[in-house]
Design a protein around this ligand. Structure first.
Ligand code: FO1
Length: 315
């Protein structure tokens, strides 16, 4: 069975660890959001690609969710002491990834080629593809405490300003002109199942769907497409979906997250705490629903969630 998974950061990383225990990793292609990517200190940083890579390589910091387990932050501390830009925490080991990626990009390699080389170095056997080799940037239209309008890079909003601003809208700059990275559309078309990981629907999965041709390739497939809700009991398991979903008219619930994928998904996995929403999702969104414990506290739990999703898709 060939599976294509659309992925963002932490939630996707946890879920993918379970998925590759159910499906051989060589049969899994992960298409990753790059809308969060930024350039800092001259380095190209791709947080979701790195999260997916580190989680699959068993190198992720499980507690923090991002970055490398056991990493130190000595370079960052020095940078701060020198008066440099230190709002975005780059670990010492993580820095090696950004330095290598940046050098390879500067040598003319595409982000897909660089990602494949990094994955191979980290021993990741699933195929990890950026959604595009072009630059797409998620930007937040926000209003600060004094009512001033701000146009923020996603990381500026989330990490730099700790999500303190009111959110008015979300844009995906460059998505309209971006082309899917080599192999993305083909993998979607050839997949037996497409899976939307439990990632933020508006800043992790939607940027992927905004890249011309990816949503169409998913829609035109005949096979099932299943998603796992990142929202449990009206709150995101991790991250900031509760601040961002309302700005795009989505209700912060397992129903609201599913409604972001109307017409794309045939099946939706929700947590048992949201069981009462199942009939509404089935009726209004025409998705088949499975109800289970979706909290992925360890790889075994993630494997169980992945199995429920694939069984639902197969059913
Ligand atoms: N998240 C934070 O909350 N604070 C940070 O300083 C931070 C640094 C960082 C560095 C590398 C990386 O790959 C991810 C990092 N993240 C950090 C996570 C990131 O901001 C977001 O959670 C993702 O972009 C959303 O998936």
């Amino acid at each position: 069975m060939k599976v294509v998974a659309l992925a963002g950061g932490v939630g996707a990383g946890k879920f993918l660890r379970g998925l590759v225990r159910v499906v051989p990793p060589q049969h899994v292609t992960v298409v990753v959001n790059t809308g969060d990517d930024l350039t800092l200190h001259g380095l190209r940083i791709c947080p979701d690609l790195d999260s997916v890579t580190y989680w699959l390589a068993e190198l992720a910091d499980r507690r923090r969710g991002w970055g490398r387990v056991g990493d130190s932050f000595r370079a960052l501390e020095e940078l701060r002491w020198l008066g440099g830009e230190a709002w975005f925490s780059l670990g010492d080991l993580d820095l090696a990834t950004h330095l290598t990626r940046t050098q390879w990009l500067q040598q003319g390699r595409t982000l897909s080629e660089v990602t494949a080389r990094l994955c191979s170095a980290f021993g990741v056997t699933a195929r990890v593809l950026p959604m595009t080799d072009d630059v797409v940037t998620t930007r937040i239209d926000a209003v600060d405490e004094e009512g001033h309008h701000l146009d923020l890079h996603f990381q500026e909003y989330w990490v730099g300003r700790r999500a303190r601003d009111g959110v008015k809208g979300i844009r995906y700059d460059g998505a309209g002109q971006a082309r899917p990275a080599a192999g993305v559309a083909e993998a979607v078309t050839a997949a037996d199942v497409v899976v939307f990981c439990p990632s933020n629907p508006v800043v992790s999965i939607r940027p992927i769907l905004e890249v011309a041709g990816i949503a169409r390739a998913i829609r035109e497939r005949r096979g099932p497409a299943v998603g796992v809700s990142p929202i449990i009991a009206g709150a995101p398991v991790a991250g900031m979906a509760d601040r961002l979903m309302p700005a795009t008219g989505l209700e912060v619930s397992a129903f609201g997250a599913a409604s972001a994928y109307r017409g794309l998904l045939t099946c939706w996995v929700i947590d048992e705490r949201d069981a009462a929403l199942a009939p509404r999702i089935e009726r209004d969104l025409e998705m088949r629903v499975a109800v289970t414990d979706t909290l992925m506290t360890d790889d075994e739990a993630a494997e169980r969630v992945a199995r429920v999703a694939l069984d639902l898709a197969a059913g």
